[in-house]
Design a protein around this ligand. Sequence first.
Ligand code: MN
Length: 207
Amino acid sequence: MRILYVEDNATNVILVQRVANMGKHEVINYDNGQDALDKFDEIKPDLILLDVQLRGPLTGLDVARILRERSCQLPILAVTAYAMKGDRQRCLDAGCDDYLPKPISVAELVTVFKRYGDAVTSGKPILSTYKPSPVVGAAAPDNPAAPQPNIEIVPVSVPVEAAPAVEAVPAAAPVAVVVSLVETPAVTTPPIEPVAQQTPTPINVEP
Ligand code: MN
């Protein structure tokens, strides 16, 4: 398979190239996000690895977001020295499928390349599992293959403490149900854990 690896650290590029060569995979490297995006249609990769801290104005997560905006469904793995709580979720939110911590584990790379490479060889490549969070009130995507929204009837319950006093109830009974449009399948976003506001200092700062 062909792997697009956006990485500005030559040592990591050499390591990934060596592991990829063991599995007869090809690595195309760019050291900045813009070049990778500009050349993306020509590269036709099967798998994308994105270093998070890159040269130039775009981070690896910016590249992931832009590729998803362009409807890219390829698997994207972030490769990052960040090892702070919440960073994995940040990568997933940007559109990545997973996150490989630095220093890169050769054994993990071998496993990852075999998994995706075998799927490509079999003619059934693994597509990204990334699904963007539904935007409340957004129209259904203009795509005939997309699932149509369901109409769901949600009963309105008035919290006891918020219930008005009896004498304040208006003569007309309030409407008991609302109809809302819900995308199918519903995507549940896990609750975001509160994280300290200041940007965490990466444990391993790259040169
Ligand atoms: Mn970097």
